[in-house]
Write a protein that binds this ligand. Sequence first.
Ligand code: UDP
Length: 329
Amino acid sequence: MKVLVAGGAGYIGSHMVAELLDSGYEVVVFDNLSKGHREAVLGGEFVEGNLLDQNKLDETFKKYKIDAVMHFAADSLVGESMTKPDKYFRNNVVGGLNLLDAMMKYEVKKFIFSSTAAIFGEPDKIPIEENNTKLPTNTYGESKLAFEKILRWYDHAFGLKYVCLRYFNAAGAHKTGKIGEDHNPESHLIPIVLQVALGKREQIDIFGDDYKTEDGTCVRDYIHITDLAQAHILGLKKISVDNAQSTQYNLGHGQGLSVKQIIKVSEEVTGKKIKVKIAPRRAGDPATLIASSVKIKKELNWKPQFEDIHKIIDSAWQWHKNHPNGYSK
Ligand code: UDP
């Protein structure tokens, strides 16, 4: 089966490409390299292109006989989304629609969508189940929720079969040590904490310690990037059978860790003292996001290999130690 991976040069997309290749799939990556890295794509065909360029999409679907699409090409920074809603709706909704329209034109009807816990906003129930109330507190989450709704009607009208995977917090790096997390500028908690451990940053700013959580800092559900990628392959198998049904899964462990706990585990893993500073809250951050993983474990038989946060952070640490400047030399 040939899978088009939109955004396959990014952090999550590149790990997805590695898992697909390992599992025997053919891969075509479509990425504009605005944030991704060409070196992160370990194999398959590579097309440099933007989802806002419908001609390029058309050309790509015409050239390669694509069977299924996995879509990671999106803007995903909560903070930035609050000041640039135009960018988030254009790239995440309009760009995604262009991709769907190319799929429909070439009769590609299998789609795996990278959605997010941010569609729920401040949860009314924890752990968060798939049918929890959805009231995003940031533009990023709103753009992903809008796209989930669009998918439902593409299924209804055109027979698109899809799985939405709502990520909680992805972390860690590939077992080969060849690919890992490298954003510029970095905004995610674990890479920043590890940059402090490496002496590349003075301190970690904790965005708020007055949340209604046990230690006052935000609680998130961290899963390993390889476990996350595996869920996509299981999702693709689910929609590859006759009479497949589209659906959504929350993708996390069901365990919450606070920002302070992540810093403590990082100190244990790295053996370095991490200097912290309490900073103001970041706009749009809910206090606690913890997934219920009951549905995905039951229906997809998803079995995460990395249950322990020490192992997840150690996997990230190996990458950062060996690539202190990320992909750049
Ligand atoms: N965070 C923080 N300092 C940082 C970066 C992140 O305190 O420099 C917090 C952030 O407010 C959130 C958690 O760490 O509660 C995880 O943030 P991240 O950006 O890694 O992922 P997100 O939850 O936004 O997807």
